[in-house]
Design a protein around this ligand. Sequence first.
Ligand SMILES: [Zn+2]
Length: 364
Amino acid sequence: MGKRGAKPKFTDVFCPNKECKFYGISGKGNIIGNGTYQIKDKRVRKYICRECGRVFNDRTNTFFDNVRKDESVIILALKMAIKGMSIQAIADVLEVQPATVSNWLFRAAKQCEKVNEDLMKDPNISKVEMDELWVIVEKKLPPRTENEDEGTWMWVSFAPEFRLIIDFILGPRKQYVADELIKTTDKHLSDSKPLFVTDGLKFYAEAFLKKYGEWMEFPRTGKKGRPKKPAIIPDENLKYAQVVKNKKGKKLQKVEKRVIFGENIDQSEISTSLLERQNLTFRQDNNRVSRKTIGFSKKIRFLYNQMRLYCTHFNFCRDHMGLKKEKENGSIEKNTPAKKYGITKSKWTLTKLLNYRCIKISTN
Ligand SMILES: [Zn+2]
């Protein structure tokens, strides 16, 4: 055997070719090394799949696919974005074009979408809190009511036991956005439905019915009178409750807990306080995003990319204060939401998040 020792086996690398028999499966011995190439700050390994002949490398299907700029500069730019800095400010600091920063943020959001699609599924979540957080695009905070308004809100679904942001939607407080949030959240859930808790906004109940309800026709009873009209009946496993805060001016008068669908719901479970606390953190972390004066739709796009990166980073790359635990030997165990939730083994760096090789490859 030569100086260089045995050839490494690439047992943790999988073929990215969707048509290949071993697509997305590692450890089949079909991947062989095909040399490396040097980019500015690292070496990239190249591979061939012996099964289908596909040539690819470490960066295929990651954020860095065909990106030439130094990783370190990009990571720095995205860290600034996570801290709520505007694209212009980041571009100024790093002496690059704003369009370049924008493009990195767009790619980062795409990478985060793929990571979420790959990993954020089939969990065992017992409770989901949902809330709408007013953001950032307009200057004045609109008064919060139980009715619809046109402002821009970040609708969030959150698993309090893991402090995990399940997903979010940006949009006004309107029925169709509530529908979208429920649909989007459901994609991440397993068949055993959690308890859902929201505020008193009227759109949620209808959105839950649309997603988890069934049209029922009532058979004629043979008695006199009109037959009962068909109606939507909620799925028998659906549990949904509301926390309604009655305010007089700014003062909280009374907190009312209402069970909307389902039975045997523990009163103490009906709260959204963990998500409300989380919303304060979101606001603190992102308050600088608001200062930009760019066009509205551009703002929404930027905001979406920024929040997608922020939320994924929040789940995978940040130890959460609320998940700290003292172990028996006195040492402190820290957890990211994703680790607590069991989909990762350790806290990820942003670099690892961006280099994660996704199986799911979205086409748009
Ligand atoms: Zn292959």
